[in-house]
Design a protein around this ligand. Structure first.
Ligand code: UD1
Length: 341
């Protein structure tokens, strides 16, 4: 069984990917510093798989700790690097925290990977690198633009670091997956998104509002140039996204990948915020308390993916509808509440 290091493997997308890796016959090993997640995600993974997955409590910016990890866990075939902060607003207030963690962890990881001759990496990037795109849907050829936030800039800088490494003659092989908007939870409801504090993202805010934890959802603006005036996003089920990582690492390990490759991972369909709310209501039978508020600064009016490249070259496909994703997010919210009682 090929051993895959999953940094940030206790986080939202990481935990779902760990499950898919095991089910595809890999042996994932997690490192996580638990700064933005909880131990319970490991218990959730174990509940789904019927066994525990090895986890080392390590901060990915800590080069010495990474070295000790690679000394101890020999035979790592490839790495999937999720560990990063992702709150856009917080990154504006604390940019150095974001540059240190998101850029610092990638640089430290690449250095140690090179020392230990591990040269296959899947990197978590984001559609944020496209800024406010001039054309829709966005393909991988759509120009990357100046980032809207320090968070977005860390993703852009990390992609540049990986490109520079690829052209330096290094033998590092990297696949950067540009995620659109991951939502939903594992069908078992054992793992899902665990926002600490008030959620920034739409779907956890929706589920917490329907569950009575938040009073009301504010939809940020209805005066955009879209059919109902609310922003358009491409909401992709987190399990589909997790599977994209499995096929990406498979391709890297099979030697078919180029030195550096970029893939959009979304559904190819854009939905407005109001459509997302309606899909939640249809899928769950819950009535959501929401109001229209002012625009949120820094929001991209509309973005959705062209996923032709990921479909053709990775064999990536989405299997879940927006309703199914919303239903799974709701089931997870209910599970969380039951276990917290
Ligand atoms: C943003 C980033 C994305 C990043 C993600 C991680 C951009 C363009 N996108 O996604 O790269 O990976 O955060 O956190 O920087 N909304 C509401 N009310 C709410 C919350 C959200 O109306 O309470 C709306 C937003 O205006 C947006 C949509 O819902 O139109 C999705 O928002 P969100 O879930 O925060 O994700 P993005 O901002 O798209």
């Amino acid at each position: 069984m090929k051993k895959i290091l999953v940094t940030g493997g206790a986080g939202y997308i990481g935990s779902h990917t760990v499950v898919e890796l095991v089910q595809a016959g890999y042996e994932p090993v997690i490192i996580d510093n638990f700064s933005n997640t909880e131990e319970r995600s490991l218990q959730g993974i174990a509940a789904i798989l019927g066994r525990e997955v090895t986890c080392h409590r390590i901060d990915c910016t800590d080069t010495a700790a990474l070295r000790r990890f690679f000394e101890q866990e020999t035979g790592i075939a490839g790495v999937i690097h999720f560990a990063a902060y992702k709150a856009v607003g917080e990154s504006v207030e604390e940019p150095l925290k974001y540059y240190h963690n998101n850029v610092g962890s990638l640089v430290a990881l690449l250095q140690v990977m090179q020392e230990f001759n591990v040269n296959k990496l899947v990197f978590s990037s984001s559609c944020t690198v496209y800024g406010i795109p001039a054309e829709l849907p966005v393909t991988e050829q759509t120009p990357v633009q100046k980032a809207n936030s320090p968070y977005g800039n860390t993703k852009k800088i990390c992609e540049e670091i990986l490109s520079d490494l690829a052209t330096s003659g290094s033998d590092m092989y990297t696949t950067a997956l540009r995620y659109f908007n991951p939502i939903g939870a594992h069908p078992s409801a054992e793992i899902g998104e665990l926002p600490l504090g008030v959620p920034n993202n739409l779907v956890p805010f929706i589920t917490q509002t329907a569950a009575g934890i938040r009073e009301q959802l504010t939809i940020f603006g209805n005066d955009y140039d879209t059919p109902d005036g609310t922003c358009i996003r491409d909401y992709v089920h987190v399990v589909d996204l997790a599977k994209a990582h499995v096929v990406a690492i498979e391709r890297l390990l099979s030697g078919k990948a180029e030195n550096i490759e970029f893939f959009n991972v979304g559904t190819g369909t854009g939905n407005t915020v109001l459509e997302a709310v309606q899909a939640f209501e249809r899928a769950t039978g819950e009535k959501l308390n929401y109001k229209i508020g002012p625009r949120r600064s820094g929001d991209v009016p509309k973005i959705y993916a062209d996923v032709t490249k990921a479909t053709e070259e990775l064999g990536f496909k989405t299997t879940s509808t927006l309703e199914e994703a919303m239903k799974s997010a709701w089931d997870w919210q209910m599970h969380l509440q039951k276990t917290e009682e």
